[in-house]
Design a protein. Sequence first.
Length: 339
Amino acid sequence: MIKKLGFTILLANSLFAFDFSDITSAVTDVAQKSIKALAEPGQTTNVDKQCKIMFESYEVNYKSAISIATSHTISNSSKISSYLSKDSDFSKDELQQNIKELTKDLAKNSFWIPIEVEKFYGQLAFNERRKSAEIIEETNRNIRYKRLFKKVNSFLNQYKKSNKDMNFPFDLKVAITTEKNVAEALPFGHLIISQNLIESNNYKTILAHELSHISKRHAAKELQYKLIKSYSSIEDIVKFIKNINDEDYVQNADLSNAILLVKGFFNYYSNEQELEADACGLKTMVKINKNNKRKYANELIQNINKLSVKTTKIDDILGDSHPSKEIRVKNIKELERTL
């Protein structure tokens, strides 16, 4: 066990490039808890369907990462410890499968990419949106758009006042698109919403849902796994994650691949992420005005029927089942009864 724990520390140190002195005190406790809950690699995520936590920290959660790495490394079916001990009695394909399962869990259950990386990809994604559709930003002086931005900003102020505990390390940025029935949450606080949706009665609940994608850091989870999945070997994975704290490396390495990564990707969320965003969106609105909880629940349900929610790509990547309208509607109604 001590030998395997040593492999775990080595794995964590290799993957996350942490200062060893920062993690030593936490390793034993976290490892022991993981050992008690051992399962096969690829444990499923605990879905926060009731939005018990409305805001995910934007700090790197190394304790969670170590716990996940421990579970995978010391599992009897894992080839990772064999790799770290230079034991070659396994196939490369078996190792790669173990690494994919590990990185999937790391993407879904912990946060390890620095905020600078989210900023880079968020801006890159937003720039790509500018190319694919007419995007109007707040600097636009057209009277009509100034009126629309006034509505949006008024709601954002309500949102901030009602959620003072949500300390985003960036400013929330809203842009308007002339495309119809589009609502997107991109990394680093970028929101895009259709002009026709702002002019509708439901724009607040639409924005609340998208803001929940940001507060729950859904794009970060997608980004982590997509970045890892783009590499074909453990050596490349380790090299990438060890260098991900270097902003110059992130911005200069594989830039063409990065552009391909963001095209049409960050508006795809998984089944569990949509359930979480529905729940957190409803809680957001109820915090603003509890007397209208039934109205807000009905609006969220109307939004599900109106908006074309795209989930296929991210579901395929993370292996989640596709969300049905029935499941989402049921979850909203159940939560509404408890508020």
